[in-house]
Write a protein that binds this ligand. Structure first.
Ligand SMILES: NC(=O)C1=CN([C@@H]2O[C@H](COP(=O)(O)OP(=O)(O)OC[C@H]3O[C@@H](n4cnc5c(N)ncnc54)[C@H](O)[C@@H]3O)[C@@H](O)[C@H]2O)C=CC1
Ligand SMILES: CC(=O)C(=O)O
Ligand SMILES: [K+]
Ligand SMILES: [Mn+2]
Length: 352
């Protein structure tokens, strides 16, 4: 019996609604597999936890998580209770950084049964490889003076190690896919870090002669996600650019509610973390209408990560069959509830 220990952090808002749904699905996967078992430890770390304890997670929170094979997270952020930079910084970003989850992989591809908002979507299948430990998301900076004289400085950090690592990862991945890498740059406006990024991209590419490359400025590339997403395969981007591109990727798939993500630790020292691309969606929290597919597809990515590719494929097929049968939440044009969608996915899993 292969036993997988999950550290479960539902977090805030709809994270608390979609995480239990994905766990229900994982239990059925384990049952179908026969030789796989998930056990989970739940952590209530969230903005509510912060209000009670003055911190997003206990002092030994990270060491509690190290016991697990993976962290399974919903979403963090409840701006009505805690400022976003404190809540995300004290939990989500802290885990990504301290656990050296240096790569964030985020697929954007058309699913059967989900209508893209694009008028003429041609079959696209993109994998965004986002740098996940540095770049524009840095805590280096500060402010001086006040009032009209106030000055705020926010530094972006680009290290040779970090940039080559993410670009190399993208090339390796492209070799297993259709062999193309697009690099997101902005060297026409950001004159130090982006020319450096381009240089490293060029340098790494010389080791992958069989991979086709192109480099696009982030503004144009954002537009290409809308006008010709089918021309892209692996897209490698800095932390901020990758963040923005992945919401666009989610949008052209049909909804931000369906997109998954894997925060990958490459050195094996810490667990990786799986979470949907979306946030806590305070505007729909409590209504039972959150789309659970982002979280459930995230579970598929986790299964793939554990080497359970067959189960991963089965799960994605079950999601697609459910969508084709029309059991959908409102964000993708349906009227079903969160749990009705999950029930349908489970029924489809059992029928396969
Ligand atoms: N990785 C994380 O935990 C992230 C956390 N956040 C946090 O979440 C909070 C809300 O942020 P927003 O910018 O509003 O982004 P959001 O992703 O939570 O919501 C954006 C829009 O998409 C909709 N949406 C999101 N997930 C959905 C789902 N599963 N089903 C149906 N509709 C869905 C929401 O209702 C909203 O209209 C903030 O505190 C933010 O900092 C935002 C993005 C990622
Ligand atoms: C924080 C955020 O927006 C993300 O990780 O996608
Ligand atoms: K999330
Ligand atoms: Mn984001």
């Amino acid at each position: 019996m292969k036993q997988m220990e999950l550290a479960v952090i539902p977090g805030d808002g709809i994270g608390k609604e979609v995480v239990p749904e994905a766990l229900r699905v994982l239990d059925v996967i384990a049952e179908i597999h026969g030789g796989l078992k998930f056990s989970s430890t739940h952590h209530p770390w969230s903005s509510e936890y912060y209000v009670e304890h003055g911190e997003m997670m206990p002092k030994d929170g990270l060491s509690q998580l190290t016991q697990s094979d993976a962290v399974f997270l919903g979403a963090v952020g409840d701006p009505a209770l805690v400022a976003d930079h404190i809540s995300l910084g004290g939990l989500l970003l802290k885990i990504r950084r301290e656990f050296e989850q240096v790569i964030n992989i985020r697929p954007a591809k058309q699913l059967k049964g989900i209508v893209s908002p694009l008028a003429n979507p041609r079959d696209f299948d993109i994998m965004i490889v986002r740098e996940n430990s540095e770049g524009e998301y840095s805590s280096i900076g500060g402010s001086v003076h006040s009032g009209e004289d106030e000055i705020v400085i926010q530094n972006a950090v680009f290290t040779k190690k970090g940039v080559s690592r993410v670009i190399q990862y993208a090339f390796e991945l492209a070799q297993q896919r259709s062999g193309r890498v697009t690099s997101a740059t902005k060297s026409n406006g950001i004159v130090h870090s982006m020319p450096f990024w381009d240089e490293v991209f060029k340098e790494v590419s010389t080791n992958y002669k069989n991979v086709q490359t192109n480099s696009e400025h982030i503004d144009a590339l954002s537009a290409f996600f809308i006008t010709k997403p089918q021309t892209m395969d692996v897209v490698v981007a800095s932390n901020l650019f990758g963040d923005i591109l992945s919401d666009i990727g989610a949008a052209i798939m049909g909804s931000i509610g369906i997109a998954p993500a894997g925060n990958i630790n490459l050195n094996g020292k810490y667990p990786s973390m799986f979470e949907p691309v979306h946030g806590s969606a305070p505007d729909i929290f409590g209504k039972g209408i959150a789309n659970p597919i982002g979280q459930i597809w995230t579970a598929k990515m986790m299964l793939d990560h554990f080497g359970e590719l067959e189960m991963g494929t089965l799960l994605l097929e079950a999601i697609e069959s459910s969508m084709q049968s029309g059991i959908k939440t409102a964000d993708i044009g349906g009227s079903s509830s969160t749990s009705e969608v999950t029930d349908e996915i489970i029924a489809n899993l059992r029928n396969k």
